[in-house]
Design a protein around this ligand. Structure first.
Ligand code: ATP
Length: 346
């Protein structure tokens, strides 16, 4: 299959309130660059699927909202005129057709002739490495194979964008991880614009060029996986993506103070401050002279690293990852040194 580039997708002022009064989305602006994989991440009910359906043309935004593909307004166009491919958790394959017929379905709807349909379908089946299954019925396939067929069907029409709604939620963890790598490689190879809905943070971090973290119909943060992970915009994002430590205290005169001690911190005075950091953004220092001092509670050896749980005098737990050769035992007092670029203050 020839490489191609998908369309740039822009949402301008797109909100959605359903007929029963449920506000699924506050009016929001969002751009997906051509060829980019954008992941929508957030808890159940935060509006991810609604946003995806608005891009697809399965749902229209409230008055004033606009959807643009490569700058052209497609707001009024139904899904069949937008040339998007969709993949759902439920596969939504036709059980009465074989694999090749399923993959060729979108081409048939678009009026592509029989021979050409077959050729294009076989091309995509080969690319997805399921060409050997072309004659099989859908009921004769495993979950992972069905999802490959669903993906092949979405790609066969050479869509401007592919929209994936929790496509791997029904698969087991090992298969999900394997397929995740394949989908990632495929989307990159084809330079296709993709919007991928998930509530699985590991999937979001691994797949997304950028991640949109959503909360109650609003965008909490947009950023690269690294930005969202290392510099979460607020406590909600921090707690939703990865393990986060939280120390509450104050900032005064360039020092952060909490129950565990004080440390220099280049920030304006804050009467109430929370320091958020990841387990790998801190180091433990033996024989702490001053600074933040915590008591080791538990040490878990994990092969390449060890996970150390510590406790502040006011019983707040902090998790730190250290190299496995650092000799630590429960009961020891350790200094906590933070990587200056890898914490947030909220
Ligand atoms: N047709 C509808 N009519 C009324 N409310 C709806 C409709 N579709 C969705 N909603 C509501 O809109 C909100 C957002 O739903 P949406 O499906 O977009 O969330 P989601 O983030 O995709 O959730 P999940 O991860 O559970 O699929 C929810 O409160 C949902 O109940």
């Amino acid at each position: 299959m020839k490489p191609r580039t998908g369309a740039a997708v822009t949402l301008a002022g797109c909100g959605k309130t359903f007929a029963d009064g449920t506000r699924a989305l506050a009016p929001l602006d969002l751009s997906v660059a051509a060829g980019e994989t954008l992941v929508l991440l957030g808890p159940s009910g935060c509006g991810k699927t609604t946003l995806l359906r608005i891009i697809a043309g399965l749902e229209s935004p409230d008055a004033g909202g606009r959807v643009l593909f490569d700058g052209a307004d497609v707001t009024a166009l139904p899904i069949e005129k937008r040339n998007v491919g969709m993949v759902f958790q439920s596969y939504a394959l036709f059980p009465n057709m074989n694999v090749r017929e399923n993959v060729a379905y979108g081409l048939r709807v678009r009026g592509v002739g029989k021979a050409e349909r077959s050729r294009l379908a076989d091309e995509v089946l080969e690319m997805m490495r399921i060409d050997a299954l072309a004659e099989r019925r859908i009921t004769q396939l495993s979950g992972g194979q069905r999802q490959r067929v669903a993906l092949a069907r979405a790609l066969a029409v050479r869509p401007k964008a592919i929209l994936l709604d929790e496509p791997m939620a029904a698969l087991d963890a090992a298969l999900r991880e394997h397929l995740r790598g394949e989908i990632d490689a495929l989307l990159r190879r084809l330079s296709i614009t993709a919007v991928y809905v998930t509530h699985d943070q590991a999937e979001a971090l691994a797949l997304g060029d950028r991640i949109v973290v959503m909360r109650e119909g609003e965008i909490a943060q947009v950023g690269t996986p690294r930005e969202v992970y290392e510099r979460p915009a607020d406590a909600f994002v921090a707690s939703f993506v990865g393990t986060t430590n939280r120390l509450e205290g104050t900032v005064r005169g360039g020092r952060f103070a909490c129950a565990a001690g004080t440390m220099a911190l280049d920030a304006p005075d804050m009467p109430k401050a929370a320091l958020l950091f990841r387990p790998e953004a801190a180091r433990l220092v033996l024989d702490p002279p001053a600074g933040l001092v915590l008591k080791v509670e538990q040490v878990q050896f994990q092969g390449a690293r060890q996970k150390v749980t510590l406790c502040t005098p006011d019983s707040v737990r902090v998790v730190v990852e250290t190299p496995p050769d650092l000799e630590i035992a429960p009961g020891m007092l350790m200094g906590l040194a933070l990587d200056p670029n890898r914490f947030s203050l909220v």
